[in-house]
Design a protein around this ligand. Structure first.
Ligand SMILES: [Zn+2]
Length: 431
């Protein structure tokens, strides 16, 4: 019964969504029966995956969900977002450039995000209090090597505020929450930001994620990934083309192949200015696939080419990657990168963070950082998202009863054991 790891399962239910009122149900929620050999029923109890099997008796469940024809995947894990909103600071990723995550994550099937260095050791406490502790999305963080975090050039170009020791100490104080160290946007010729980030990562035993900033001949990207980074460290913005990811002849930089062989991780980090078809298409053709797909969500990417996680995943489908590979790179791979192997899969005992996705066929267009379009024929839409076993997003009401089947004067229809969407307390109608 216990499966080590299920990446995704296509569920074709024939059971109508009903609430069983047996005296004792083993499960709060059940994704039911299916006909495809590789797929399973998934049962949830107390916020965790309780059973994964070919046939689970619907009578054992409080609630059965009809997910016919959809893909049931682990909640998506986006390792590159900017979520330090609400400080009021203009032009800053520790302010107006960041987004409150819940409006962008749950509706795209994302249940875990990692803020990529919007805060540093001096500001992490505020970020945690302001955003992490108040969000429904599971928010983790790469801590910026800059003590003040991503507050603009005045701070991010200041080598004096890039200290490995306090950064590592803060990371160790929040183990499991701070999952890595970030260096980003540096424009100078020095290696110091990378070296100090790696130093902090070594002290705290965490990976480093690098946005390599300005392209400088004094510190070429090939040297970064073949010499400076350790196995497990992450090079983000891999398809930007801004740092010689493709050489002049259109070939993937040999350093990237060598870096990959050494165990350096390559992440998409799409963003507003870090994903170009003229880089991604040849790189994919040459077999240089990303280890993880991520959005680099911020105000500059949310409405431009990036849009959302599913749109970025669609781009890889459009370039010929299989759905299985796309989902793997949006769930289990990123979970391993940040050493959170508790999420990104649907094994028994895992938190029941689940996305139910629909794959549409049609004519679609996908736009890159320069506004160039690539046409595609497949598009993922998120139908339902569960966080810790509770419905947090339900596009077409697949877990809900039809209104005209309910008693006259009906009020709240959910049950706190599976429903976190309609949390309003049930009030008795006035007499
Ligand atoms: Zn970023």
């Amino acid at each position: 019964m216990k499966l080590k790891f299920i990446r995704w399962a296509a569920v074709c239910l024939v059971i109508a969504a009903t609430t069983h009122v047996a005296a004792q149900q083993k499960y709060d929620l059940l994704f039911g029966r299916n006909r495809i050999s590789a797929v399973r029923d998934i049962a949830i109890a107390n916020g965790k995956v309780a059973a994964v099997a070919a046939n689970i008796d619907p009578a054992d469940a409080l609630k059965v969900v009809d997910a016919s024809g959809y893909y049931v995947t682990p909640g998506l894990v986006d390792v590159h977002v900017h979520a330090y909103a609400g400080t009021g600071e203009r032009g800053s990723y520790a302010g107006d450039n960041s987004l409150y995550p819940d409006g962008f994550t749950l509706r795209a099937g994302i249940t875990t995000v990692v803020d990529a260095g919007s805060s540093g050791w001096r500001t992490f406490g505020d970020f945690k209090d302001r955003i992490i502790d108040r969000s429904r999305t599971r928010i983790l963080a790469f801590l910026n090597i800059v003590g003040q975090g991503m507050r603009g050039d005045k701070f991010e170009q200041n080598l004096a505020d890039m200290e490995s020791r306090p950064t590592a100490e803060m990371a160790l104080r929040h183990k499991g929450l701070i999952v890595g160290i970030k260096t980003a946007h540096y424009a100078g010729p020095e290696w110091a930001p990378v070296e100090r980030a790696v130093e902090a990562g070594t002290q705290a035993n965490l990976p480093v994620m690098v946005d390599f900033g300005a392209n400088r001949p004094e510190r070429p990207m090939s040297e970064l990934v073949t010499k400076k980074l350790r196995p497990g460290d992450i090079y983000t913005h891999a398809y930007s083309g801004l740092r010689n990811e493709l050489d002049d002849s259109g070939h993937v930089n040999p350093g990237m192949w060598e870096g990959r062989k050494r165990g350096v991780i390559f992440d998409v980090g799409h963003g507003g200015g870090s994903f170009a078809w003229r880089i991604a298409v040849p790189a994919m053709k040459q077999g240089f696939l990303p280890d993880s797909i991520s959005t680099d969500l911020h105000i500059g990417s949310m409405n431009s080419g990036m849009k959302d996680m599913l749109n970025v995943m669609d781009k890889f489908l459009a370039m010929g990657m299989s759905l299985d590979d796309v989902v793997l790179r949006s769930t289990w791979n990123p979970a391993r990168e940040i050493r959170h192997e508790d999420v990104g899969h649907l094994s028994v005992g895992a938190p029941a963070d689940i996305a139910v996705l629909r794959l549409e066929n049609g004519n679609f267009g996908f736009v890159d950082m320069y506004g160039a379009r690539l046409r595609g024929t497949q598009k993922l839409t998120c139908e339902l998202t569960l966080r810790d076993g509770k419905v947090v997003y339900d596009l077409n009401g697949m877990t809900r009863p039809d209104w005209n089947t309910l008693p006259p004067g009906y009020r709240q229809t959910g049950d706190a054991r599976w429903d976190a969407v309609t949390p309003a307390p049930v009030r008795q109608p006035r007499q």
